[in-house]
Design a protein around this ligand. Structure first.
Ligand SMILES: [Ca+2]
Ligand SMILES: [Ca+2]
Length: 241
């Protein structure tokens, strides 16, 4: 509780500082595919940092997502130029306009970096699990602040991404099985009676619904034998798209 209070004091103090144009901090975040419920997925947050400021500095990055809908976090990692960087990581629940959110906070001093005059690349890896997440689309907000208290220099950036969670119950019979992959395949082929699908069909998240998605779903939900053998298909023929 004290650490949260201390963090808030730092943030409010730094918010009063002027924004310094000498600091460059670009931020992007991505989960590269539809998340299948019950699996683990990795959120990647990329930070590019550069400045002519020197001295002690502080980087705080918050990752905020809906709590109480089944998300879990299994592990965190931050890499600086592919090397693991020691950080203080904490997580807690917070109320945002009446909605319960979960916040993961990374706090680190970058004074140990070999060079702050060139661009530094930081990658935050967050492994999220979805044991009970419903079939829907969720927003994940990433807010990052980089400050140099001695020179009152500060920059804050944020980004949001919408992630889709599919439980794979394409035919909405209440369970996830190979029938859903077959249903999706029939839907793609335009067969009568399969016009409507009841879960996110773009399971491989390439922007279109094709037989590739049915195969992806079959690999995810099918029998052990089928999964083992379908994984042998490295490339899906383009005629199936
Ligand atoms: Ca089903
Ligand atoms: Ca697709």
């Amino acid at each position: 509780m004290r650490s949260i209070f201390f963090t808030l004091i730092i943030i409010f103090t730094l918010l009063l500082m002027p924004v310094n144009a000498g600091i460059v901090m670009n931020i992007s975040a991505d989960i590269p595919r539809v998340i299948m419920s019950g699996t683990q997925t990795q959120l990647l947050v990329n930070l590019t940092l550069g400045t002519n400021e020197t001295g002690d500095n502080l980087l705080i990055t918050d990752i905020v997502y809906d709590a109480n809908v089944g998300w879990n976090t299994s592990s965190y990692l931050i890499l600086t130029n592919c090397t693991i960087t020691p950080v203080n990581i904490s997580d807690n629940d917070l109320n945002v306009s009446g909605i319960l959110k979960h916040r993961i906070t990374y706090i680190t001093s970058l004074s140990a970096l070999p060079s702050l005059t060139g661009l530094e690349s930081l990658v935050l890896k967050v492994n999220l699990t979805t044991p009970n997440v419903r079939n829907s689309t969720y927003t994940i907000d990433v807010i990052s602040m980089w400050s140099f208290p001695a020179s009152k220099a500060l920059v804050i950036n944020c980004t949001s991404l919408n992630v889709t969670v599919s439980n794979g119950d394409i035919n909405r019979d209440g369970k996830v099985s190979l029938k859903d992959a077959i249903y999706l395949a029939k839907h793609v082929m335009g067969l009568s009676g399969y016009e409507k699908i009841y879960a996110h069909g773009d399971t491989n998240y390439d922007g279109k619904i094709s037989l590739k998605d049915a195969i992806y779903l079959a690999k995810h939900d099918g029998s052990e034998w089928l999964r083992k053998n379908l994984w042998m298909i490295k490339e899906v023929p383009s005629i199936w798209e």
